[in-house]
Design a protein. Structure first.
Length: 154
């Protein structure tokens, strides 16, 4: 059931996984944050470089998560599960990389598409009962941060 509480470990790890997205957005909105992060951690850890690179990795990682869910199924459901589990990774491969604005938009659309796949796996009982609560929360933050790259960058 969707009202099932999210276990502490997945919730904390999921929230920690938002740090690069949030830091990317902050460094795009704040010149002071940009300067601090660039001088402290290097230029790949600021602005769209960090958000888009990390977003591509996470979208691809989510293909592996879906693949894991597919292992719980059998027969045709398993075959379809394996087939659709690769969509997020292929999406990142084909649609990200043409520039920060379009890449951010395509990546955000990929995360929104992923929610649809999450729902499909969840409805079939292949994802944990709390899965959609976690995914909606994380996806809202991820898409919001990617929209900073796409539309708000100063």
């Amino acid at each position: 059931m969707m009202g099932t509480p999210i276990p502490r470990a997945p919730l904390l790890l999921g929230l920690a996984g938002l740090i690069p997205f949030v830091a990317s957005a902050i460094t795009e909105l704040s010149p002071a944050a940009f300067t601090f992060m660039a001088s402290t951690f290097g230029p790949r850890f600021v602005g769209p470089y960090m958000g888009l690179a990390y977003g591509t990795i996470i979208l691809s990682f989510m293909s592996g998560v879906l693949w894991g869910f597919a292992t719980k199924a059998t027969g045709t459901v398993a075959a379809y599960g394996y087939a659709i589990s690769v969509i997020p990774a292929l999406w990142a491969f084909f649609f990200v990389g043409s520039g920060p604005v379009s890449s951010a938009i395509w990546l955000a659309l990929g995360f929104l598409l992923l929610i649809g796949l999450d729902i499909m796996f969840w409805q079939r009982g292949l994802a944990p009962p709390w899965w959609l609560r976690l995914r909606f929360l994380l996806t809202a933050v991820v898409v919001g941060c990617l929209m900073v790259t796409a539309f708000v960058t100063v």
